[in-house]
Ligand binder design. Sequence first.
Ligand code: AMP
Length: 251
Amino acid sequence: MKIMVAIKRVVDYAVKIRVKPDKTGVETNNVKMSMNPFCEIALEEALRVKELGLASEVIAVSMGPAQCVDTLRTGLAMGADRGIHIETQTSLYPLSVAKIIKALVDVEKPGLLILGKQAIDDDCNQTGQMVAGLLNWPQGTFASKVVLDKEKQIATVDREVDGGLETLCLDLPAVITTDLRLNQPRYATLPNIMKAKSKVIKKFTPQELNVEIKSDLEVVEVTEPPKRKAGVIVSSVDELIDKLKNEAHVI
Ligand code: AMP
């Protein structure tokens, strides 16, 4: 069984985001970019499944500009067997990404598709659900535990939901999206970084996959959140209560 993992290149989680002066989006020039943290978890899970002998190959796919190859190389250094890059300069929204992933699934026929639960740049949390809909596959979203049964061809997925855990049993092939507590992704070791240089990354355009990228939504404006006012240090509990009552009006 092959496992396909979608990994997105995003602004690194530790970078302080700056909005472009023309308010069309977030500044990405000269900004550190990394693999989306939930995608690292997705890839780690695929690698663990393969290491348990339950999968034969892990394929990492990424969509976006030429620099996505760096993200794919990181994925290959973590242990993915090969990469697929869908190169486009056009802004991609979840439905376009889901259509591209579906087209790749039709070609590669993986038994399991793992995505992050959300990308930390757009916070959409839509792609996994959309691709499951397009493929008509069962989906286990926000997975915090995944157990595969090769014989029965099922995946048991624990999901973190409000107030507890929900356990689902999915027939394979299926789509899983990963939550934070699923695992702790590994670091790429130096020998594996070197090995990754000779692993194959295939390149396609959306047109070659017969996917038309058109957006159903338009970003009107991106603005920074209002600046927070400086805090004050109060000298007593009485003063605090007075401020909460008479200035903040919260009690
Ligand atoms: P989103 O729905 O945008 O929050 O993204 C959820 C997940 O979809 C990500 O964690 C990735 O696994 C996948 N994904 C979204 N956009 C891309 C992309 N451009 N390239 C690769 N994977 C993506």
